[in-house]
Write a protein that binds this ligand. Structure first.
Ligand code: TXA
Ligand code: MG
Length: 338
Protein backbone atom coordinates (compact mmCIF):
# COMPACT_ATOMS: atom_id res chain seq x y z
CA UNK A 1 0.00 0.00 0.00
CA UNK A 2 1.34 3.40 -0.91
CA UNK A 3 1.30 5.75 2.03
CA UNK A 4 0.10 9.28 1.28
CA UNK A 5 2.58 11.53 3.04
CA UNK A 6 1.50 14.91 1.81
CA UNK A 7 -0.71 17.03 4.02
CA UNK A 8 -3.86 18.67 2.70
CA UNK A 9 -3.94 22.41 2.14
CA UNK A 10 -6.28 22.75 5.11
CA UNK A 11 -3.88 20.92 7.42
CA UNK A 12 -0.92 23.00 6.30
CA UNK A 13 -2.88 26.24 6.72
CA UNK A 14 -3.87 25.25 10.26
CA UNK A 15 -0.27 24.40 11.11
CA UNK A 16 1.08 27.64 9.65
CA UNK A 17 -1.54 29.64 11.51
CA UNK A 18 -0.60 27.89 14.77
CA UNK A 19 3.08 28.74 14.21
CA UNK A 20 2.19 32.38 13.51
CA UNK A 21 0.10 32.43 16.69
CA UNK A 22 3.09 31.26 18.72
CA UNK A 23 1.73 27.73 19.19
CA UNK A 24 3.49 24.38 18.84
CA UNK A 25 3.21 22.14 15.79
CA UNK A 26 4.53 18.58 15.65
CA UNK A 27 5.62 17.50 12.19
CA UNK A 28 7.25 14.50 10.56
CA UNK A 29 10.78 14.54 9.25
CA UNK A 30 12.69 11.70 7.61
CA UNK A 31 14.56 11.13 10.91
CA UNK A 32 12.06 11.55 13.77
CA UNK A 33 9.06 13.80 14.51
CA UNK A 34 9.91 17.36 15.50
CA UNK A 35 8.16 19.64 17.99
CA UNK A 36 8.17 22.94 16.16
CA UNK A 37 7.78 26.62 16.99
CA UNK A 38 8.45 29.84 15.10
CA UNK A 39 12.21 30.23 15.62
CA UNK A 40 11.83 34.01 15.59
CA UNK A 41 9.36 34.04 18.47
CA UNK A 42 11.21 33.43 21.77
CA UNK A 43 7.98 32.97 23.74
CA UNK A 44 6.89 30.25 21.32
CA UNK A 45 10.26 28.50 21.52
CA UNK A 46 10.02 28.59 25.32
CA UNK A 47 6.79 26.58 25.03
CA UNK A 48 8.83 23.76 23.47
CA UNK A 49 10.93 23.50 26.61
CA UNK A 50 7.86 23.55 28.84
CA UNK A 51 6.11 20.87 26.80
CA UNK A 52 9.16 18.60 26.76
CA UNK A 53 10.18 19.26 30.34
CA UNK A 54 13.58 20.08 28.89
CA UNK A 55 16.09 22.42 30.59
CA UNK A 56 15.80 25.83 28.96
CA UNK A 57 19.51 26.24 28.22
CA UNK A 58 19.55 23.40 25.68
CA UNK A 59 19.83 24.68 22.11
CA UNK A 60 17.37 23.59 19.41
CA UNK A 61 17.83 22.97 15.69
CA UNK A 62 16.42 25.53 13.25
CA UNK A 63 14.76 23.85 10.26
CA UNK A 64 14.67 25.59 6.87
CA UNK A 65 13.12 24.54 3.58
CA UNK A 66 16.33 25.18 1.63
CA UNK A 67 19.73 26.80 2.14
CA UNK A 68 18.57 29.98 0.41
CA UNK A 69 17.93 31.87 3.69
CA UNK A 70 20.94 30.45 5.50
CA UNK A 71 22.56 33.88 5.85
CA UNK A 72 19.64 35.06 8.00
CA UNK A 73 20.68 32.54 10.63
CA UNK A 74 24.38 31.99 10.09
CA UNK A 75 27.00 34.75 10.33
CA UNK A 76 29.56 33.05 8.13
CA UNK A 77 28.82 29.90 6.21
CA UNK A 78 32.05 27.90 5.87
CA UNK A 79 32.86 26.78 2.32
CA UNK A 80 32.91 23.17 3.51
CA UNK A 81 29.36 23.64 4.85
CA UNK A 82 28.22 24.81 1.43
CA UNK A 83 29.70 21.68 -0.14
CA UNK A 84 27.98 19.46 2.43
CA UNK A 85 24.68 21.30 1.96
CA UNK A 86 24.87 20.70 -1.78
CA UNK A 87 25.53 17.03 -1.27
CA UNK A 88 23.24 16.16 1.67
CA UNK A 89 20.45 18.75 1.91
CA UNK A 90 17.59 18.25 2.05
CA UNK A 91 18.42 15.34 4.33
CA UNK A 92 19.44 14.05 7.76
CA UNK A 93 22.43 16.34 8.38
CA UNK A 94 22.53 19.14 10.98
CA UNK A 95 25.31 21.71 10.84
CA UNK A 96 26.33 23.84 13.83
CA UNK A 97 27.71 27.15 12.59
CA UNK A 98 28.38 30.69 13.91
CA UNK A 99 25.04 32.32 14.65
CA UNK A 100 23.79 35.52 13.07
CA UNK A 101 23.27 38.44 15.46
CA UNK A 102 19.45 38.34 15.43
CA UNK A 103 19.09 34.65 16.37
CA UNK A 104 17.46 34.44 19.78
CA UNK A 105 19.33 33.08 22.79
CA UNK A 106 16.50 30.69 23.57
CA UNK A 107 17.21 28.95 20.23
CA UNK A 108 20.98 28.75 20.71
CA UNK A 109 21.03 28.11 24.44
CA UNK A 110 22.99 31.38 24.70
CA UNK A 111 25.86 29.92 22.67
CA UNK A 112 27.55 31.66 19.75
CA UNK A 113 26.42 28.94 17.37
CA UNK A 114 23.18 27.84 15.74
CA UNK A 115 22.28 24.37 14.44
CA UNK A 116 20.60 24.26 11.01
CA UNK A 117 18.93 21.42 9.14
CA UNK A 118 16.98 21.19 5.89
CA UNK A 119 14.75 18.10 6.21
CA UNK A 120 13.65 16.13 3.16
CA UNK A 121 10.30 14.73 4.35
CA UNK A 122 7.70 16.07 1.90
CA UNK A 123 5.38 17.17 4.70
CA UNK A 124 8.19 19.00 6.52
CA UNK A 125 9.03 20.68 3.22
CA UNK A 126 5.39 21.65 2.67
CA UNK A 127 5.17 23.15 6.15
CA UNK A 128 8.46 25.03 5.96
CA UNK A 129 7.71 26.45 2.53
CA UNK A 130 4.20 27.54 3.50
CA UNK A 131 5.46 29.06 6.76
CA UNK A 132 8.31 30.82 5.01
CA UNK A 133 10.58 31.03 8.03
CA UNK A 134 12.72 28.95 10.35
CA UNK A 135 11.09 26.36 12.59
CA UNK A 136 12.92 25.59 15.82
CA UNK A 137 12.34 21.93 16.64
CA UNK A 138 13.81 19.29 18.88
CA UNK A 139 12.51 15.73 18.71
CA UNK A 140 8.86 15.65 19.84
CA UNK A 141 9.32 13.54 22.97
CA UNK A 142 9.41 14.26 26.69
CA UNK A 143 12.93 15.13 27.86
CA UNK A 144 15.21 12.09 28.06
CA UNK A 145 12.73 9.72 26.46
CA UNK A 146 12.70 7.89 23.14
CA UNK A 147 12.26 10.00 20.03
CA UNK A 148 8.91 9.58 18.25
CA UNK A 149 8.89 7.98 14.83
CA UNK A 150 5.09 7.95 14.38
CA UNK A 151 2.43 10.59 14.98
CA UNK A 152 0.81 8.36 17.61
CA UNK A 153 4.03 8.48 19.68
CA UNK A 154 3.74 12.26 19.75
CA UNK A 155 0.08 12.08 20.72
CA UNK A 156 0.88 9.67 23.55
CA UNK A 157 3.62 11.83 24.97
CA UNK A 158 2.67 15.41 24.26
CA UNK A 159 -0.97 15.25 23.11
CA UNK A 160 -2.67 18.26 24.67
CA UNK A 161 0.40 20.47 24.63
CA UNK A 162 0.63 20.59 20.86
CA UNK A 163 -1.80 22.64 18.80
CA UNK A 164 -1.39 20.65 15.56
CA UNK A 165 0.14 17.24 14.92
CA UNK A 166 0.81 16.58 11.24
CA UNK A 167 0.73 12.85 10.54
CA UNK A 168 3.23 11.85 7.87
CA UNK A 169 3.34 8.17 8.69
CA UNK A 170 6.43 6.35 9.91
CA UNK A 171 9.71 8.22 9.70
CA UNK A 172 11.81 6.68 6.98
CA UNK A 173 15.14 6.70 8.85
CA UNK A 174 13.97 6.54 12.45
CA UNK A 175 17.16 7.89 14.07
CA UNK A 176 18.02 11.55 14.68
CA UNK A 177 20.16 13.46 12.18
CA UNK A 178 23.93 13.41 12.00
CA UNK A 179 25.25 16.56 13.75
CA UNK A 180 28.53 18.20 12.82
CA UNK A 181 30.09 21.41 14.12
CA UNK A 182 32.49 23.81 12.43
CA UNK A 183 35.20 25.13 14.73
CA UNK A 184 37.84 27.28 13.07
CA UNK A 185 39.30 25.11 10.33
CA UNK A 186 38.11 21.83 11.78
CA UNK A 187 34.83 19.94 11.49
CA UNK A 188 33.65 17.59 14.22
CA UNK A 189 31.03 14.88 14.34
CA UNK A 190 28.92 15.50 17.46
CA UNK A 191 26.18 12.92 16.88
CA UNK A 192 26.31 9.98 14.44
CA UNK A 193 23.31 9.49 12.16
CA UNK A 194 22.28 8.07 8.81
CA UNK A 195 24.86 10.20 7.01
CA UNK A 196 28.10 8.52 8.00
CA UNK A 197 31.53 9.94 8.80
CA UNK A 198 32.87 8.27 5.64
CA UNK A 199 30.27 10.00 3.49
CA UNK A 200 31.16 13.37 5.03
CA UNK A 201 34.88 12.76 4.57
CA UNK A 202 34.29 12.06 0.89
CA UNK A 203 33.12 15.65 0.54
CA UNK A 204 35.36 17.61 2.92
CA UNK A 205 38.38 15.42 3.66
CA UNK A 206 39.02 15.48 7.39
CA UNK A 207 36.35 14.97 10.05
CA UNK A 208 37.13 14.72 13.76
CA UNK A 209 35.00 12.36 15.80
CA UNK A 210 33.32 13.34 19.06
CA UNK A 211 33.18 16.53 21.08
CA UNK A 212 36.22 18.15 22.68
CA UNK A 213 36.31 20.82 25.40
CA UNK A 214 35.86 23.57 22.83
CA UNK A 215 32.84 21.96 21.19
CA UNK A 216 29.39 23.41 21.53
CA UNK A 217 27.24 21.63 24.06
CA UNK A 218 25.05 18.84 22.77
CA UNK A 219 22.77 17.77 25.60
CA UNK A 220 21.59 14.91 23.42
CA UNK A 221 25.20 13.86 23.81
CA UNK A 222 24.75 13.07 27.47
CA UNK A 223 24.00 9.47 28.31
CA UNK A 224 20.60 10.16 29.88
CA UNK A 225 18.98 10.56 26.48
CA UNK A 226 16.96 8.30 24.23
CA UNK A 227 15.91 5.92 27.00
CA UNK A 228 13.05 3.58 27.71
CA UNK A 229 11.80 3.51 31.31
CA UNK A 230 12.51 -0.20 31.73
CA UNK A 231 16.19 -0.79 32.56
CA UNK A 232 18.09 -1.87 29.50
CA UNK A 233 21.25 -3.95 29.10
CA UNK A 234 23.29 -4.74 26.01
CA UNK A 235 24.26 -8.40 25.88
CA UNK A 236 27.08 -10.00 23.80
CA UNK A 237 25.51 -11.39 20.66
CA UNK A 238 26.02 -15.10 21.34
CA UNK A 239 24.70 -14.92 24.91
CA UNK A 240 21.27 -13.48 24.29
CA UNK A 241 19.25 -16.70 24.64
CA UNK A 242 21.09 -17.85 27.76
CA UNK A 243 20.81 -14.45 29.43
CA UNK A 244 17.11 -14.17 28.65
CA UNK A 245 16.51 -17.63 30.01
CA UNK A 246 18.55 -17.05 33.18
CA UNK A 247 16.92 -13.72 33.92
CA UNK A 248 13.39 -15.01 33.36
CA UNK A 249 13.85 -17.91 35.74
CA UNK A 250 11.25 -17.87 38.46
CA UNK A 251 8.76 -16.08 36.26
CA UNK A 252 10.36 -12.66 35.87
CA UNK A 253 9.26 -11.10 32.62
CA UNK A 254 12.08 -10.16 30.28
CA UNK A 255 12.04 -8.24 27.00
CA UNK A 256 14.52 -8.95 24.22
CA UNK A 257 15.51 -6.94 21.16
CA UNK A 258 17.45 -9.35 18.98
CA UNK A 259 18.54 -9.77 15.39
CA UNK A 260 17.16 -13.26 14.96
CA UNK A 261 14.48 -15.53 16.33
CA UNK A 262 15.03 -17.20 19.73
CA UNK A 263 16.69 -20.63 19.63
CA UNK A 264 13.70 -21.94 21.55
CA UNK A 265 10.55 -20.46 23.04
CA UNK A 266 10.98 -18.82 26.46
CA UNK A 267 7.81 -18.64 28.51
CA UNK A 268 8.35 -15.27 30.15
CA UNK A 269 10.27 -13.59 27.39
CA UNK A 270 8.84 -11.02 24.96
CA UNK A 271 11.15 -11.31 21.95
CA UNK A 272 11.42 -8.93 18.99
CA UNK A 273 13.48 -10.00 16.01
CA UNK A 274 14.61 -6.67 14.54
CA UNK A 275 16.59 -8.32 11.77
CA UNK A 276 20.12 -7.91 10.48
CA UNK A 277 19.72 -4.99 8.12
CA UNK A 278 20.84 -1.72 9.70
CA UNK A 279 18.38 0.45 7.74
CA UNK A 280 15.39 -1.60 8.86
CA UNK A 281 16.75 -1.99 12.40
CA UNK A 282 17.23 1.78 12.72
CA UNK A 283 13.83 2.52 11.19
CA UNK A 284 12.14 0.29 13.78
CA UNK A 285 14.41 0.89 16.78
CA UNK A 286 12.44 3.46 18.78
CA UNK A 287 9.08 1.86 18.00
CA UNK A 288 10.47 -1.52 19.08
CA UNK A 289 11.85 -0.09 22.33
CA UNK A 290 8.49 1.56 23.01
CA UNK A 291 6.72 -1.75 22.47
CA UNK A 292 9.12 -3.59 24.78
CA UNK A 293 8.91 -0.79 27.34
CA UNK A 294 5.16 -1.35 27.52
CA UNK A 295 5.42 -5.14 27.81
CA UNK A 296 5.54 -5.04 31.61
CA UNK A 297 9.03 -6.52 31.78
CA UNK A 298 11.67 -6.10 34.44
CA UNK A 299 14.45 -5.57 31.97
CA UNK A 300 15.11 -5.11 28.29
CA UNK A 301 18.03 -7.15 26.94
CA UNK A 302 19.44 -5.98 23.64
CA UNK A 303 21.54 -8.32 21.53
CA UNK A 304 24.73 -6.40 20.70
CA UNK A 305 24.78 -5.16 17.11
CA UNK A 306 27.60 -5.84 14.63
CA UNK A 307 30.67 -3.64 14.19
CA UNK A 308 30.80 -1.40 11.16
CA UNK A 309 29.85 2.07 10.12
CA UNK A 310 26.31 1.26 9.07
CA UNK A 311 25.62 0.32 12.71
CA UNK A 312 27.38 3.32 14.31
CA UNK A 313 24.31 5.50 14.88
CA UNK A 314 22.30 2.52 16.14
CA UNK A 315 25.07 1.49 18.53
CA UNK A 316 25.31 5.09 19.77
CA UNK A 317 21.58 5.23 20.63
CA UNK A 318 21.64 1.79 22.23
CA UNK A 319 24.59 2.73 24.43
CA UNK A 320 22.88 5.93 25.55
CA UNK A 321 19.63 4.14 26.31
CA UNK A 322 21.46 1.47 28.29
CA UNK A 323 23.67 3.95 30.12
CA UNK A 324 20.75 5.93 31.41
CA UNK A 325 19.46 3.24 33.73
CA UNK A 326 21.11 2.00 36.86
CA UNK A 327 22.83 -1.34 36.36
CA UNK A 328 22.50 -2.23 40.00
CA UNK A 329 18.74 -1.99 40.03
CA UNK A 330 17.05 -5.17 38.93
CA UNK A 331 13.73 -4.28 40.48
CA UNK A 332 12.19 -3.08 37.26
CA UNK A 333 11.20 0.16 38.95
CA UNK A 334 11.96 3.50 37.33
CA UNK A 335 15.71 3.43 37.38
CA UNK A 336 16.66 6.44 35.34
CA UNK A 337 19.65 8.22 36.78
CA UNK A 338 19.20 11.94 37.48
O1 TXA B 1 16.84 14.51 13.35
C1 TXA B 1 16.87 15.48 14.11
O2 TXA B 1 17.89 16.15 14.29
C2 TXA B 1 15.57 15.81 14.86
C3 TXA B 1 14.56 16.33 13.85
C4 TXA B 1 13.30 16.79 14.50
O3 TXA B 1 15.13 17.34 13.10
N1 TXA B 1 15.82 16.77 15.88
C5 TXA B 1 16.50 16.49 17.00
O4 TXA B 1 16.54 17.54 17.89
O5 TXA B 1 17.00 15.41 17.22
P1 TXA B 1 17.01 17.38 19.39
O6 TXA B 1 16.87 18.72 20.01
O7 TXA B 1 16.32 16.27 20.01
O8 TXA B 1 18.54 17.10 19.21
C6 TXA B 1 19.33 18.10 18.62
C7 TXA B 1 20.66 18.17 19.28
C8 TXA B 1 20.55 18.47 20.75
O9 TXA B 1 21.39 17.56 21.43
C9 TXA B 1 21.06 19.87 20.86
O10 TXA B 1 21.73 20.11 22.04
C10 TXA B 1 21.99 19.98 19.68
O11 TXA B 1 21.37 19.26 18.68
N2 TXA B 1 22.16 21.36 19.28
C11 TXA B 1 21.22 22.21 18.86
N3 TXA B 1 21.74 23.43 18.65
C12 TXA B 1 23.05 23.35 18.94
C13 TXA B 1 24.14 24.27 18.92
N4 TXA B 1 23.99 25.53 18.59
N5 TXA B 1 25.33 23.80 19.30
C14 TXA B 1 25.50 22.53 19.63
N6 TXA B 1 24.53 21.62 19.68
C15 TXA B 1 23.31 22.02 19.33
MG1 MG C 1 15.89 14.70 21.14
Amino acid sequence: MVRVVRATQVEIEAAVQALRDGELVAFPTETVYGLGANAQNPAAVRKIFEAKGRPSNHPVIVHLDSPRYLHRWVREVPQTAMSLAERFWPGPLTMVMPRAANVHDVVTGGQDTVAIRVPSHPMAQQLLTAFGGGIAAPSANRFGRLSPTRAEHVREELGERVKVILDGGECQIGLESTIIAFQGQSVRLLRPGAITAAQIRQVIGELLIGADVESPRVPGGTPSHYAPVTPMTIVPSGEIDARAEALSEGGRRVAVLAQRLPLKGHKYVTWINAGRRPEQYGHDLYANLRTLDKAGCQRILVQDVPEGERWTAIRDRLLRAAASVSESDDSGAMAVLP
